[in-house]
Ligand binder design. Sequence first.
Ligand SMILES: [Cu+2]
Length: 346
Amino acid sequence: MMQSLRAPAMAGAFACVVAGWAPVAHAEKRVFNMTIEDTMITLVGKQKFHTFAFDGQVPGPLIHVKEGDDLTINVENDTTLPHTIHWHGLLQTGTWKMDGVPDITQKAIQPGDTFTYHFKAEPAGTYWYHCHVNTNEHVAERGMWGPLIIDPKDPLPIEKKVTKDFLLMFSSWDSAYWNKPGYGGVPGDVNNYFTINGKAFPDTQPIRVKKGDLVRVRVFGAGDEMHELHLHGHVFQIFAKDGHPLPAMINADTLLFGPGERYDILFKADNPGIWMVHDHIDMHTVNGTKPMGGAMTTVEYDEVNKDQPFYIWAHKKFVPNFYYEDSMKKGYGIFTNPDFKGVPIQ
Ligand SMILES: [Cu+2]
């Protein structure tokens, strides 16, 4: 394994490998409970989608822990189909049966059953969890994903300077299968709705910053399409890929990422204004056949008057924590978000 930029303690990690994983004394034990529920979400007030939602919400709850923590996650499947949870990018050293792949590392969790995952939170960085049963449907079309952030024991100097931390999970949807659970996500299908954190523009929320912030944006390819994040008015730095800091940051204004990928980007909030943020794959900025929708939002500076006669969000109700930015400040734990809740399907 190559040395990670932020892991001077690899010798200690190898010590655990020798005898299989056993929790180390200084690790925090954290126990979380999650359900999987048949849940209906509605995009832009009109297009419904049947989801298998973690804790009844899309995205699922934020799991925020520290590198090395001893995690126990009890999962209860309250839907009518089998599922698992795969902890994407985690090493599972000595715990391969916790990797969450049906018929490879476990039997899928049947309707009404529970399963307990127990593993160590490593490596540090931006990770996510998702179902691994019929991923072409359950991940790509049914919203079975959520963020898993593992703070490093030894953050890099620039990470300590971050003042705002936003999580953006990109995904796509196919209205042809909105009410056909168990189907969809096969070759030839065409996605026609595109979301950030489970909402399509104009139902997304602005990314609120103030001049002087060092902003960290963590992007996730949570669906089954490529996406290309474009931020207007700024040069950002690509800081990490798939949780791992790059040897040198890359300056960019667009970022192409595919299914499963995560990138952490940083930008200095030094240009007050209202700035477009959008998927530059133009077909991803529609709702069905209607343009000006999909995977779009804005960066809004606190210093700027939003009440502009041309601004589509001039009088928008602001919903904080849409990007889990408030939850990320609350320390470690599991954080649900009422804004992502759908309606239970009986
Ligand atoms: Cu599933």
